[in-house]
Ligand binder design. Structure first.
Ligand SMILES: C[S@@+](CC[C@H](N)C(=O)[O-])C[C@H]1O[C@@H](n2cnc3c(N)ncnc32)[C@H](O)[C@@H]1O
Length: 439
């Protein structure tokens, strides 16, 4: 299939004709706090920015991102003086989002940074130790010692400076700054979605203190800029929750004016595997410090491939259907043609759409008539069979009280989106922007 692609730079036109495909060139992916911490499948900020400009004429509205990841929508909402609510099942993503959207008291920050720099230079050892046995596989001795010192000092901050909101916000900020250097300090490949130590591509990890101090400067400059702009103008709330479950209680009190989000893709990203080395150093904050704890949570993520045999061994797509004929047929093809993984893969794909159905049903219940819901989603290949995920999600949204009012796409360039989309000879990888209206 050949598609005409329109090249655009830094700005998406407000009116976009249906089925337009853009090639978007932007340098603005790290402005303000957007560049804090890596995260797989981050939005380019231009996408939520487009949605806010087009559908929220008034400042002071509330934008919801139910799969907020690292908070790109939340930051963009605040930069346009709107409030935001983010939901995510992943605790590290919630902390990153919180830090990126929380203005800080800069005088207090300067004071604590002075103390931290000075204490680091005088510390010989830290008392924080990761709870895994093979830490030396992941980090060299120098890195372990220095990371332990930094983490132990960050833990001490509330005891020294008080257990109040200003100080705890600064502690979270420093924890995310600390986490943001861990992959580069480790022996694991920096670029890959998966966390592994390559034996063919040897890596020389960066020096801990040099990287941490330069990252502190970067974080400080950016949060200062952000805090000055949004202070008292806009607020953000981040909620750790499963957004295919009932959100009534969690969102009571918020009148949502716009939803902008990008849910996971089918079987594409293992978020906890991606964050593994960071979680060795800060996972105890979320009870995710060991591999066993991380693995036990994986199947809660929409799009996960981590199911036990007991979950899928009785699944048969000939009997259990989603009542979308094309989709049901594809699930049967996966089941029948993939002799090794057909059962598992058809189940996990079925489960993906089922979870998305619960999600739409829950949001449909919460949103007022006329509210717009912008979803960014890519299609997928499962067991070599192409799934037109965006089309199926339109069917599912429409039977849950939404109408599709605009659909366009853009070419994927983000390097953290490098996951397996093979077997689609010549088809360009597109993220689809689906705009729904609540009926
Ligand atoms: C594509 S990422 C979102 C990235 C985000 N737009 C950003 O700019 O960083 C999808 C997110 O969905 C989250 N997620 C997966 N299953 C979820 C669930 N059941 N409820 C809420 N969030 C979930 C993942 O943890 C991940 O952060």
């Amino acid at each position: 299939m050949k598609k005409n692609i329109t090249y655009i730079k830094e700005i998406i036109p407000i009116e976009v004709e249906d089925n337009t495909i853009f090639n978007i060139h932007t340098n603005g992916t790290t402005s303000f706090t957007h560049g804090f911490h890596k995260y797989p499948a981050k939005f380019i900020p231009l996408i939520p920015n487009w949605g806010i400009k087009k559908y929220l004429p008034d400042e002071g509205s509330i934008v919801l991102d139910p799969f907020c990841g690292s908070g790109t929508t939340l930051v963009e909402s605040m930069l346009s003086f709107n409030n935001s609510v983010g939901i995510d099942i992943d605790p590290l993503s919630c902390l990153i989002s919180k830090v990126k959207t929380t203005p800080l008291n800069i005088d207090k920050l300067e004071k604590i940074l002075g103390w931290l720099r000075n204490s680091i230079s005088h510390s010989k050892n830290g008392n924080f130790h990761p709870s895994i046995n093979n830490i030396n596989h992941w980090f060299n001795d120098d890195a372990i010692k220095k990371l332990s010192i930094i983490r132990s000092l960050i833990d001490k901050i509330p005891t020294i400076y008080g257990n109040n909101k200003n100080v705890l916000d600064i502690k979270d900020f420093l924890m995310i700054c600390f986490s943001s250097i861990v992959r580069r300090i480790s022996n694991a490949d920096n670029e890959s979605q998966k966390t592994y130590v390559s034996h063919t591509k040897l890596k020389v990890p960066e020096e801990v203190y040099f990287l941490f101090f330069s990252q502190l400067e970067y974080f400080k400059t950016r949060i200062e800029e952000f805090s000055k702009l949004v202070y008292k103008e806009a607020k953000s709330t981040v909620i750790r929750s499963n957004c295919s479950s009932d959100l009534k209680k969690k969102l009571s009190g918020y009148r949502i004016n716009l939803v902008i989000t990008s849910p996971p893709y089918i079987k594409a990203i293992d978020y906890l595997y991606n964050q593994m080395v960071e979680l060795f150093w800060i996972g105890d904050l979320f009870e995710l410090q060991t591999l066993a704890l991380q693995n036990s949570k994986k199947k809660l993520y929409i799009g996960s491939k981590h199911f036990h045999k007991a979950d899928y061994c009785d699944f048969n797509p000939m009997e259990t259907k989603l009542s979308i004929p094309h989709l049901d047929e594809k699930l049967i093809s996966v089941f029948n043609t993939d002799s090794k993984n057909g059962n598992k893969h058809s189940y996990l794909t079925y489960k993906y759409f089922l979870d998305m159905e619960f999600h739409f049903a829950n949001l449909s219940y919460l949103l007022e008539k006329g509210t717009k819901y912008i979803m960014v989603i890519g299609d997928s290949t499962v067991s070599e069979i192409f799934f037109n995920t965006s089309n199926y999600l339109v069917d599912i949204a429409e039977r849950n009280g939404f109408s599709l009012i605009n659909r366009w796409g853009y070419k994927i360039k983000n390097r953290y989106m490098r996951f397996d989309r093979k077997g689609r000879g010549g088809i360009i990888d597109i993220d689809w922007v689906l705009v729904f209206e609540k009926n």
